[in-house]
Design a protein around this ligand. Sequence first.
Ligand code: DAH
Length: 339
Amino acid sequence: MIHKIDELSADISRLKANNSEELEALRIKYLSKKGEIAALMNDFRTVAAEHKREIGQRLNELKTKAQDKINELKESVDRPAASESIPDLTRTSYPYHMGTRHPLSVVKKEICDILSRLGFSIAEGPEIEDDWHVFSSLNFAADHPARDMQDTFFVMHGADILLRTHTSSVQTRVMEKTQPPIRIICPGRVYRNEAISYRAHCFFHQVEALYIDKNVSFADLKQVLLFFAKEMFGSNTQIRLRPSFFPFTEPSAEMDISCNLCGGKGCPFCKYTGWVEILGCGMVDPNVLRNCGIDPDIYSGYALGMGIERITNLKYQVKDLRLFSENDVRFLRQFEAAT
Ligand code: DAH
């Protein structure tokens, strides 16, 4: 019996298992109820009384040794080999998506950067406004259609609180508080009561620019417009000004740029005219200056305003305005490189 115990003990010292199936087979062979050690335990009954103490002790030691060995093998089977657990330190990291700027933020930043280089600084105002700042101060006639419920969202009807329909309201807020020289850009969200479709939404974004000082002329405006168009759409871009009307500017104009898709030759995008409209502008109406406490006999200025969605569409040919507010990552990730 002693001999058999020694033999088994030596076997156990040499045990190896490459995987959990092999390990389980070993456990069954040595430790199960029908295993080798259980068999010895059975034979123990036949051992002469004077040897029982010694053999009993050796048998218990053998059982403990087998259990320890199986546990040790289990650990090494569960744990990957040392060579696998050290990562390959030369491997490049896993690619993972950084957040990206929203395309409208990308373009807003670009517009603001270009105008900042000309000395404009950013001014912001509230989205929930009153009639004075959005309409009356800006020379809108009392019966101007833009005031109509069809266009404007009123927050509290009768209480004269509404969602601004353009960022021109920020002009008034700044002019009321500051005497010229004023040179600001006002980016922000605006709201209009429009049916939502691929080309209209009930909210969108604008950037407004305002410059008020002594002797500001239309020529100054034109230079800034040309600079802006070339910086934004490339140095070959040309501009054209068409007479227009806005209540808050006189004279007023709309600016077209040579179509940035066909270079002005004519294509479906510019409806074969070679030109696409991008903004409204003009010389600030003396009434507006007066409304804001600025003397129009001393000061003059220009203003311009553009839709950020419009500029983004021109740069990136986004066909459907609704994409900008749907938060579909497949759309948004296309602008990763632009951020
Ligand atoms: N506020 C005008 C709009 O929402 C855009 C605009 C036109 C702003 C001419 C101006 C401007 O400052 O001079 O359609």
